[in-house]
Design a protein around this ligand. Structure first.
Ligand SMILES: CC(C)(COP(=O)(O)OP(=O)(O)OC[C@H]1O[C@@H](n2cnc3c(N)ncnc32)[C@H](O)[C@@H]1OP(=O)(O)O)[C@@H](O)C(=O)NCCC(=O)NCCS
Length: 148
């Protein structure tokens, strides 16, 4: 099980990332270790909502509805949150789903986003569609995902 980092260690990592050379700088909030620590802290309250789980490699995916047209999925490794997908229909008439996904920087390029989108599609019977505007990472991910 991954060892929980102390607040002091997290602060050191954030300071280092914020002041280091451009190549190592945080490029988005999803890269911020404090964000992932906060998500993991909230996870103990959230996990009782879980309606379905699925295993993917060493990760566990957790799913629950927020309302009729909106759902939340988490990925955990041990008791750490490593990915979050909030997704839904833009309107009740929509036949596609749009998602806001973030994967922990240390767990990217391991197939997590692909596994979460695929499971979301399987559960709803609808296809995920790219947002009108997205990040550089999301554009690269979609180039791969739309060819699956
Ligand atoms: C976009 C993001 C969610 C992708 O998650 P992921 O779990 O790393 O994606 P996957 O491992 O399923 O990627 C599948 C394929 O997509 C492509 N891909 C994904 N991210 C890529 C990147 N940054 N650069 C190039 N190709 C990429 C690759 O072909 C990859 O397969 P490969 O690793 O075998 O080459 C992740 O990079 C992330 O959280 N980024 C920061 C937050 C963000 O931008 N979110 C999207 C806005 S909603």
């Amino acid at each position: 099980m991954p060892k929980k980092k102390s607040p002091a260690q997290l602060q050191r990592e954030i300071d280092e990332a914020l002041t280091s050379k451009p190549a190592k700088r945080l490029t988005s909030l999803s890269d911020n270790p404090a964000k992932w620590a906060a998500m993991t802290d909230n996870w103990s309250a959230e996990q009782r909502k879980t309606k379905k789980t699925s295993n993917f490699k060493k990760y566990v995916l957790h799913w629950y509805p927020i309302d009729q047209d909106t759902w939340q999925m988490w990925a955990t490794l041990g008791d750490e949150v490593v990915a979050s997908l909030f997704y839904g229909k833009n309107s009740p008439a929509d036949v596609t789903l749009e998602g806001a996904i973030e994967v922990h920087p240390e767990h990217r390029r391991k197939g997590l986003a692909t596994a979460m989108y695929s499971w979301a599609e399987k559960l709803s019977g609808m296809k995920m569609a790219p947002a009108a505007q997205h990040t550089k990472d999301a554009a690269a991910f979609w180039t791969s995902y739309r060819n699956k």
